[in-house]
Design a protein around this ligand. Structure first.
Ligand code: P1T
Length: 384
């Protein structure tokens, strides 16, 4: 089955057997517990809804199919997926090598939560895989990468980094939130684990918070499954339904997100009040060739530098009428934000500066509105 077909059907096949209802949309199974005939074992597949739930199961099957994975697990948020993953795989004294440009909340989780439990992280510029290899020590257990990164749209070579990981017995985790499985499949490129904030493109409508992990390694899956139940950061059946529903249109949405983002990136690149545009679909992006190699499209996220001060950036944001000034991304509506004051405030100012997250860096999640309306909105706001 091709991607679009899997995105609509896997996990939601109508039950046409004797007694089956033939629903084409899976019911939202609200029951928290499942009765059994025999006290010693569950009668059906399910016993308690934290452990397993039919609506969640449908979502998990679909999530796995999208990333060409054997297994999928759904969580209550992207952060819940990340925390469960770390708790499942690492122990005190272990070490992570991570991309230096990550979602601020991921860095906060590493630096402020897991460091307290003796898990160390070295951040490197993973655009050069050599930097990743050099940071490995005898305790390194994980490589943690986003590509493209949030918010600077830096890429890392998934294949090369995964190969380094395999050589050294280190697990490679790729946060694939920005590309979605429609444009990039890290497991096919050699990564061990893919993680998503399903709050973003998979949900697609800014109405559900969720997370996911996809992988094919049975042993790691069993450990994650055990901890999904033990820690219990699971999504509600209604949340699972919303993500299942969102995924059905993922392919068409991603195509339009990318089309609109390319047009906007090209427009901004020629604007005299814009210093720099970061979008992997632009030939001026320093890793455009890598983008073409490992992605099948360039996605709906971009960022740019306004030529001016923080005040100019704030005035620009205030003048916008269609773009909502809001954190998050990946929904049908266009969102815009200032990472230094919003999504990345948990990174200290000095570190932000070093990474290139300046006070005038603007991040855009390009939505599905008419692109001419979006460009007009930007034009008016930049003219102010
Ligand atoms: O928000 P949550 O579903 O818990 O997902 C966390 C997360 C993980 N990974 C990436 C790449 C992300 O972008 C996020 C969440 N990001 C935002 C809320 C944001 O505005 O960037």
């Amino acid at each position: 089955m091709k991607f679009e077909t899997k995105a609509i059907h896997i996990g939601e096949e109508p039950n046409l057997s004797q007694g089956g209802t033939g629903d084409v949309v899976i019911p939202i199974h609200l029951s928290t517990t499942f009765a059994r005939k025999d006290v010693e074992q569950p009668t059906g597949r399910y016993e308690y809804s934290r452990t397993g739930n039919p609506t969640r199961r449908a979502l998990e099957k679909r999530l796995a199919a999208l990333e060409n994975a054997q297994f999928g697990l759904a969580f209550a948020s992207g952060m819940a997926a990340e925390a469960t993953l770390i708790l499942s795989i690492l122990k005190s004294g272990d070490h992570i090598v991570a991309f230096d440009d990550l979602y601020g909340g991921t860095k906060r989780l590493f630096n402020k939560v897991f460091r307290k439990f003796g898990i160390e992280v070295t951040y490197v510029d993973a655009r050069d895989p050599e930097n990743v290899a050099r940071a490995v020590n005898q305790h390194t257990k994980l490589f943690w990468m986003e590509t493209p990164t949030n918010p600077l749209m830096k890429l890392c070579d998934i294949k090369e980094i995964s190969e380094i990981g395999k050589e050294k017995n280190i697990i490679t985790v790729i946060d694939n939130t920005f590309m979605s499985p429609y444009f990039q499949k890290p497991l096919d490129l050699g990564a061990d684990i893919v993680i998503h904030s399903t709050t973003k493109y998979l949900g697609g409508h800014s109405d559900v918070v969720g997370g996911a992990i996809m992988l094919s390694n049975q042993k790691l899956f069993e450990s994650l499954l055990f901890n999904q139940n033990s820690i219990g950061a699971v999504p509600s059946p209604f949340d699972c339904y919303l993500v299942l529903r969102g995924i059905k249109t993922l392919a068409v949405r991603m195509q339009r997100h990318a089309y609109n983002a390319q047009k906007i990136a090209e427009y901004l690149e020629h604007h005299p009040k814009v210093k720099k545009v970061y979008y992997p679909g632009l030939p001026s992006h320093p890793q455009h060739d890598l983008a073409k190699k490992q992605m099948s499209g360039f996605g709906g996220m971009l960022s740019f530098e306004i030529d001016g001060t923080l005040t100019d950036a704030k005035i620009f944001l205030k003048r916008l009428k269609i773009f909502a000034v809001a954190e998050s991304l990946g929904g049908v509506e266009s969102l815009i934000e200032l990472p230094a004051l919003m999504s990345h405030t948990s990174i200290p100012a000095k570190e932000r500066e070093k990474l290139g997250i300046s006070d005038t860096l603007i991040r855009v999640s390009v939505g599905l509105e008419d692109v001419e309306d979006l460009i007009d909105d930007l034009e008016n706001a930049l003219a102010g």
